[in-house]
Design a protein around this ligand. Structure first.
Ligand SMILES: *Cc1c(COP(=O)(O)O)cnc(C)c1O
Length: 400
């Protein structure tokens, strides 16, 4: 290998490695972005308009969706999708308790009730075998989340949705460019929801979101709902919300969409390289790496590893002390969040989600990371684990 660095074994730590580095990415597209921003300022048209329409068309084409409707955030995309499907009070939507908050809050904001189903411990996505048991007379939709950038196993979801007449609202906030059997995230259900929060794989210069659908009526409702249900001339046919994509965001996102596939390739290469490094450092029986399920194109919005044995928080603390950027997605499952206490769930209800919340750590995976810094990350993790082992099992160490 061409760039072997010394393994950090001493007390002092090596070069800091950030969890994500948007400055590095900006450096590669500065001129294009500035040109786009300037264009918007010259036009002084800031809300919806041509920039947004162009970007919507580009995303529709990218995902092979008939329609794409920009909005203010991924959270609003989910809310608008539920509103457009006329899901509200009295209705239930089945989803995962192991996701970002907005997955479940969008259901509550629509007036409906989130119903959680535990996750599959390997993919961290909803366990499709458990969905049918959660269906009631009130169930209207399933909201699968393509967590960390890998699509949910959609075949069983399609079968269940068809059998029970349910809509599918994809939370594809972490999954733009991911695919399932050759079809892109966002066209795997009735409605697909994306987020352009800056740290997502396609991130704007602020908040942004988008909804995809092949249904022309749902698309028309979405376009109305994002402008207060106005069909023109202050004539309101729905009680909508104010949730538009800004022209500035659309212009920046159009530039970045051109680079998305190459960035995704960079993330995937980093994932392969992590696999080699974990082998090399003999960490593969100690740390569970993300599994890419066959026929699924994982886009690694996060590279999430699992460390069992109750030491995750200690590992996180020490990695951070040694300047390795890492984070927990997510430390508390949604069914245990205080604001959802009225749903009546308790600890122990979803053991796999709870275990994942206690055992996972996300490591840096951004495209510009580079092999040398990956070696630092794995080297530091190796060091931290050896240190913790020595403290926990001093006798084993003495014997060895
Ligand atoms: C980021 C995210 C959202 C919300 O998107 P925002 O643009 O931040 O509102 C929803 N669901 C998941 C799974 C996310 O990761």
């Amino acid at each position: 290998m061409s760039h072997i660095l010394p393994i950090a074994t001493s007390q002092e730590s090596s070069q800091p490695v950030p969890l994500i580095d948007l400055v590095a990415q900006y450096g590669t597209i500065r001129d294009e972005v500035q040109e786009a921003v300037q264009r918007v300022f010259e036009r002084q048209s800031f809300v919806l308009g041509e920039e947004v329409t162009n970007f919507e068309n580009e995303v529709a084409q990218y995902c092979d969706s008939a329609h794409a409707i920009g909005c203010a955030s991924g959270s609003d995309a989910l809310l608008l999708a539920l509103m457009a499907l006329e899901i509200g009070p009295g209705d239930e939507v089945i989803t995962t308790p192991y996701s970002f908050f907005a997955t479940a809050s969008s259901i509550s904001r629509a007036g409906a009730t989130p119903v959680f189903v535990d996750i599959d411990p390997t993919s961290y996505n909803i366990d499709t075998d458990r969905i049918e048991a959660a269906i009631t007379r009130r169930t209207r939709a399933i909201m699968p989340v393509h967590l960390f950038g890998q699509c949910v196993d959609m075949d069983p979801i399609w079968r269940i949705a068809t059998q029970h007449g349910l809509a599918i609202v994809e939370d594809a906030a972490q999954a733009i460019g991911a695919s399932y059997h050759g079809r892109k995230a966002g066209v795997l259900g009735s409605v697909g929801c994306f987020s352009f929060f800056p740290t997502k794989n396609l991130g704007g210069a602020g908040d942004g979101g988008l909804v995809t659908t092949d249904d022309k009526d749902v698309a028309a409702r979405l376009r109305r709902l994002r402008v207060h249900g106005d069909i023109g001339g202050y004539t309101h046919v729905d009680i909508g919300i104010n949730s538009r994509l800004d022209a500035l965001q659309a212009a920046v996102l159009s530039v970045k969409l051109q680079h998305l596939d190459s960035w995704t390739e960079g993330r995937r290469e980093n994932a392969r390289h992590y696999e080699e490094l974990f082998e090399e450092f003999s960490l593969t029986d100690r740390v569970e790496l993300p599994t890419e399920v066959t026929e699924q194109h994982h886009i690694y919005n996060q590279f999430t590893i699992r460390i069992s044995g109750g030491i995750r928080d200690e590992v996180l603390k020490r990695l951070r002390e040694r300047q390795v950027g890492c984070s927990i997605y997510y430390p508390k499952p949604l069914h245990l969040q205080e604001c959802f206490s009225s749903l009546g769930y308790k600890a122990g209800d979803f053991p796999e989600a709870e275990r994942a919340a206690n055992e996972t750590i996300a490591l840096p995976i951004f495209p510009e990371l580079g092999a040398e810094r990956q070696r630092i990350v794995v080297g530091e993790l190796h060091h931290v684990l050896a240190e913790i082992d020595a403290e926990m099992f001093p006798s084993v160490r003495r014997a060895a």
